[in-house]
Design a protein. Sequence first.
Length: 171
Amino acid sequence: MNKLSITLIFLLCITFSACEKDDICVESDTPLLLIRFYDASNPTALKAVSSLRIIGVGNGSPIATFGDRISSIDSIGIPLRTNGALTQFTFIANSGDDENGTETGTSDVVTFSYEIKEEFVSRACGFIANYESLSSDFTATPENWIQSIAILKTTVQLETEETTAHVKVFH
């Protein structure tokens, strides 16, 4: 009887020591690139964009991190690719559809280049991508609605409060 009790206690100890706490990921996600729109003639003044639509080149559908074609917006957060060193977007101001369903508005293609640095968060959350050495490839022409782009922060990483813009777009 004594050997049986010791064996049962030993088996219970082994069984419960192998149990793990259930991990649930609620606190992490790959950070967004924060963009603020400014008046090109007064570079310190925010200037909203009317009916803005942003489409990832090669994606075909509008970015879902902010409302599509909001009447007026001066700042947005957009995702960068985690599987490559650059992401291209088509920024469309005054976006709409004509009677045939064709996109209207003025569009510019902007390319962001970066280095991806993966960060392990936890077993439940896995890895998130942080971005370093952020740069933009955009050449303005008289036909563009975007006149220039300035990179403010070259590192895009998950922060407790993401309120500081990484990029200024002047139009």
